[in-house]
Design a protein around this ligand. Structure first.
Ligand SMILES: [Zn+2]
Length: 429
């Protein structure tokens, strides 16, 4: 009798191996660059005024560009350096930093991301993407690492829909009119990152970054960028994707934070309000890292998609371009968005001594304040009650306080640097 061979273990191994391969591939196929459009559609569906706000933003940016063309060309010579705070939210109980499978990413990984931002926004040679496109420009925007905040949280991952408020509660932003806040964490969905758009208000220079509406108020507390820890930076054991491995998820999201829109706009063959980016049917979502040309048929003729644009979804190695119109758009946002305008003012200003402005006063919910320090020195914030007892003590670089749980009465806000202290009285009612 022929010996029966039990083939099931082999078949099981084959099935498991094939499943593992499919799953591994899917991990790389499945990620989507950015949740900007997804969150947009949800916000518009739940709040029609959100769409009106976006239209208002365009109505402010476009005339500004028309009226200030010459001035923009002149100011293009100057460089704006944005201080960046990276909030690392991790589930590593022992606080160990760095390594292959650790959400608590290394300082080197963080620094590599700042390098990428400076190379990409500076269009510096030697680190181009796949295409060497003559339309690529130096945006005149640079980034400086101002601080790293590490916070343990037992949650292993965050939902992109709710992450902004939760992350801001775990690690509050440093003053969002002075810093770009980037929260790095594990995102539970397939998305790699998301950004908050700049708020554009009726008044700008006069308001100097002060909130002008309820939307501004809540918006300021979550204003920044959220990026998955495995796609943040480059040349790190934690960066494992073969597609999103050069830190360009952050380049893309910071573009949104500065007012840029995807190259295909918001619909098929839509607009990004930049004339020098060809219309595109849709995103270049692909796992093919050969960067081969992609064509669209918009408005009656075929054209090559600018897949090398940072505001597409292309693999990191294919990206290398911000165009001149994108640069002008970001400059316009620096002018018409109060918080971004304040960021530029702060980055270019020097203050001889510590000064603090608080508002509103009296207050029932969020006390907000602007803090100006010499050489952008970091500062600490404390609150004392009328009896001189500390209610809050030594919070780093925060520029808002929720006073809801405070009883009504007079309080003292104390702000100090290593060399100076300023106190302000405020009334909670
Ligand atoms: Zn995007």
């Amino acid at each position: 009798m022929k010996k029966r061979i039990n083939r099931w273990p082999f078949i099981t191994i084959l099935i498991l191996a094939s499943f593992a391969r499919t799953y591994a591939q899917r991990l790389d196929i499945y990620p989507r660059r950015c949740a900007y459009d997804y969150l947009d559609s949800i916000r518009i569906a739940s709040n029609p005024s959100y769409l009106a706000n976006q239209e208002f933003t365009e109505k402010r940016i476009q005339p500004y560009l028309l009226d200030n063309g010459n001035r923009l060309r002149l100011s293009a010579e100057s460089v704006v350096t944005i201080p960046v705070v990276v909030h690392v939210i991790h589930n590593r109980k022992d606080d160990h930093i760095g390594g292959a499978d650790n959400q608590n990413i290394s300082d080197d990984q963080i620094r590599s991301q700042i390098d990428v931002l400076n190379e990409d926004y500076g269009n510096t040679s030697g680190y181009q993407g796949f295409y060497t496109d003559s339309l690529g420009v130096d945006t005149g925007i640079r980034f400086r690492l101002a601080g790293i905040v590490r916070k343990y949280d037992s949650r292993s991952a965050f939902n992109i829909l709710t992450a902004d408020k939760i992350l801001a509660a775990i690690s509050p932003p440093w003053s969002t009119n002075k810093y770009l806040n980037i929260w790095v964490c594990d995102l539970s969905s397939e998305y790699l990152g998301v950004a908050q758009s700049p708020v554009v208000s009726e008044s700008n220079a006069a308001t100097a970054g002060l909130p002008t509406s309820d939307q501004d108020e809540t918006n300021a507390l979550t204003d920044g960028v959220i990026i998955g820890w495995k796609v943040f930076g480059r040349n790190s054991p934690a960066v494992t994707s073969r597609i999103y491995n050069l830190g360009r998820t952050a380049t893309h999201e910071v573009g949104h934070w500065l007012g840029l829109i995807h190259t295909w706009g918001k619909i098929r063959c839509g607009t990004d309000y930049c004339d020098d980016t060809p219309q595109a049917e849709s995103s270049n979502s692909t796992q093919d890292i050969s960067c081969k040309p992609v064509y669209s048929f918009c408005g009656g003729f075929a054209s090559r998609n600018m897949i090398e644009n940072y505001m597409d979804y292309s693999p990191d190695r294919c990206m290398s371009v911000f165009t001149n119109d994108q640069k002008r758009r970001m400059q316009a946002v620096f002018a018409v968005s109060p918080r971004r305008a304040d960021l530029v003012r702060n980055s270019n200003s020097s203050y001889e001594s510590l000064s603090v402005e608080i508002f509103p006063n009296p207050i029932s919910e969020y006390l907000k304040f602007n803090v100006y320090t010499p050489n952008q020195a970091q500062f600490k914030v404390s609150v004392l009650n009328a009896n001189g007892v500390y209610i809050l003590n030594g919070i780093d670089n925060q520029t808002f306080i929720n006073v809801k749980s405070f009883g009504s009465g007079i309080y003292i806000l104390k702000v100090n640097t290593d060399h100076e202290t300023v106190t302000k009285r405020f009334l909670v009612r």
